[in-house]
Design a binder for this molecule. Structure first.
Ligand SMILES: Nc1ncnc2c1ncn2[C@@H]1O[C@H](COP(=O)(O)OP(=O)(O)OP(=O)(O)O)[C@@H](O)[C@H]1O
Ligand code: SF4
Ligand SMILES: [Mg+2]
Length: 384
C-alpha cells in the first residue's frame, strides 16, 4: 500500500500544521452512465489542472457534467456510472482513480473535503448535527474530538450561525440556507487541503451568498487550500475563482484565468453564457438566452463538436471533426473557428461584438472591462 499523508496524520488535531495545498492533474478523464441505450459518456476526455493554492471554477448549463467531474475527484461516481478512462492525480495521494476501499475512504474527508450538490438535503435526519460531526471525526481517527467541535463552532460562527445551537439541532430545525452552511462546515472541518464545493451557494439568498463566498475565499487563503467550485452561476466564479473551466456536453470547451475567460471569451459557448446574464441596470432586454437546449446523454453528438447544434459559427468541419484543444495565450480552447482565427459571429446569428479582445462579449459597458471579476460581479450586484 503506498504511503499517504493520512498514514501519519490520523491522530492529528483538525488543524494540523505543515500541510500544503496539493496540485491536481486530471488527464483524459471519461465517465459513462449505463442507460437502456448502453453506456453513454457524461464526461469525455477531460484534461484539467488545478494548480496548488488556486480556486478553479467550473461552469456550464445543467447536465454538462459538472457534478460528474466533481465526483470523479473523489473516485465517488456511483453505479450506474463509472470512470471509464483517465486519471486524477492528487499530490500526496497519487491517482485516486486507482484507490479502493479503506485508502479511498480515508482520502475522502481527510484529504478531499466535499460539499455535495443539494448539501442541504444530505444530513442525517435522525441525529443532531453535533453527533454527526463526532461520527465523522471518529470515522477519520481524529483523536481530539473537542478540538474538532471547537473548529466546527468557529466555522459556523464565521458563516453567521450560532455554532452551539446548530450542533444541537436536527436537520428539520434548520433552514435550507443553514443546512447548506453546515455542509460547507463538514467539508472544511477535517482540514482537508483539497476542497470541492458543488453548487455551494444555490440555496442561499444573495446577501448570505456573498458572505459565504467571502468566507470560502478567506478560508482558502488562510489554510492554503486548492479549491474547486462547481456552479452554473458565472457571478459566483467571477467572485471567487482564479481560474475557470467552461463545460458543455461533457467536454471542457474553454479554460484559463477567470479574468481572461470572462473578459474576452473565445469559445462561442462561453460568449453565449455571458450574453445570457440578465442585467437589471440599463436595457434588461439585452440579455440574450442561448438558442436551443443543451444535449442530454442520449443526444450528445458522437462525432464532431458537441456545441454545433447551437453554434452561430459552425462550419461543415464541425459536424465530423471534434475540435482539438489548442492553447491561445494562457487559455485552452476547443473550437475550429477560434483555431482558424475566425473571430466574428455570423450576421443573423446575433453579432454581439467581435472576439478580438478589443471589445467585450456583447459590447455592454461591464463586459468591456478586461477584468472578468468586475464583469460578472457587476451583473450579480444588479440582480440583488
Ligand atoms: N445516475 C445517473 N444515471 C444516468 N445518467 C446520469 C446520472 N447522473 C447524471 N447523469 C447524466 O449525466 C449528465 C451529466 O450530469 P451531471 O449531474 O454531472 O451534470 P451537472 O452539470 O452537474 O448538472 P446540474 O447543473 O443540473 O447539476 C447528464 O446528462 C445527466 O442526466
Ligand atoms: S467547433 Fe464549430 S460548432 Fe464547435 S464551437 Fe467551434 S465553430 Fe462552433
Ligand atoms: Mg450538478
Amino acid at each position: 500500500m503506498p504511503s499517504t499523508p493520512s498514514d501519519t496524520r490520523e491522530d492529528s488535531p483538525p488543524d494540523a500544521p505543515g500541510r500544503t495545498a496539493p496540485g491536481v492533474r486530471i488527464g483524459g478523464l471519461s465517465v459513462v452512465y449505463r442507460t437502456p441505450a448502453g453506456e453513454l459518456p457524461a464526461v469525455r476526455g477531460i484534461d484539467l489542472e488545478l494548480p496548488p493554492g488556486t480556486i478553479t471554477g467550473v461552469v456550464g448549463e445543467s447536465g454538462s457534467g459538472k457534478s460528474t467531474l466533481a465526483l470523479s475527484l473523489l473516485n465517488a461516481v456511483q453505479p450506474p456510472g463509472r470512470i471509464s478512462a483517465g486519471s486524477v492525480q492528487i499530490d500526496g495521494l497519487g491517482d485516486v482513480v486507482t484507490l479502493r476501499g479503506e485508502e479511498l475512504r480515508r482520502a475522502r474527508g481527510r484529504h478531499v473535503g466535499y460539499v455535495f450538490q443539494a448539501a442541504q438535503n444530505s444530513l442525517n435526519p435522525l441525529k443532531p448535527v453535533g453527533r454527526q460531526l463526532l461520527d465523522l471525526g471518529r470515522s477519520h481517527g481524529v483523536a481530539d474530538l473537542r478540538a474538532l467541535v471547537r473548529e466546527a463552532r468557529d466555522l459556523l460562527g464565521r458563516m453567521g450561525l450560532d455554532g452551539a445551537r446548530v450542533l444541537d439541532s436536527h436537520q428539520h430545525e434548520l433552514s435550507g440556507g443553514m443546512r447548506q452552511r453546515v455542509g460547507i462546515m463538514f467539508a472544511l472541518v477535517l482540514n482537508a487541503h483539497l476542497v470541492v464545493l458543488d453548487e455551494p451557494t444555490t440555496a442561499l439568498d444573495m446577501i448570505t451568498q456573498a458572505t459565504i463566498l467571502r468566507i470560502i475565499r478567506e478560508v482558502h487563503e488562510e489554510r492554503g487550500l486548492t479549491t474547486l467550485v462547481i456552479t452554473h452561476d458565472l457571478g459566483v466564479v467571477a467572485e471567487v475563482a482564479d481560474r475557470l473551466a467552461v463545460m458543455y456536453g461533457g467536454r471542457v470547451v474553454e479554460q484559463g484565468p477567470t479574468r481572461q475567460v470572462l473578459g474576452d471569451p473565445l469559445h462561442p459557448y462561453t460568449r453565449g453564457l455571458i450574453r445570457a446574464i440578465p442585467r437589471l441596470v440599463g436595457d434588461i432586454g439585452e440579455a440574450t438566452a442561448l438558442p436551443g437546449r443543451p444535449p442530454t446523454l442520449a443526444t450528445i453528438p458522437a462525432a464532431g463538436c458537441v456545441f454545433r447544434e447551437r453554434c452561430p459559427l459552425r462550419m461543415d468541419l464541425c459536424a465530423t471533426q471534434e475540435p482539438p484543444t489548442v492553447a491561445h495565450g494562457g487559455r485552452l480552447v476547443a473550437c475550429h473557428a477560434v483555431e482558424g482565427g475566425i473571430r466574428e459571429e455570423r450576421a443573423g446569428a446575433g453579432n454581439h461584438g467581435g472576439q478580438d479582445g478589443a471589445g467585450g462579449p456583447d459590447g455592454r459597458d461591464g463586459a468591456e472591462d478586461p477584468d472578468g471579476r468586475a464583469v460578472a460581479a457587476g451583473a450579480r450586484e444588479e440582480q440583488a
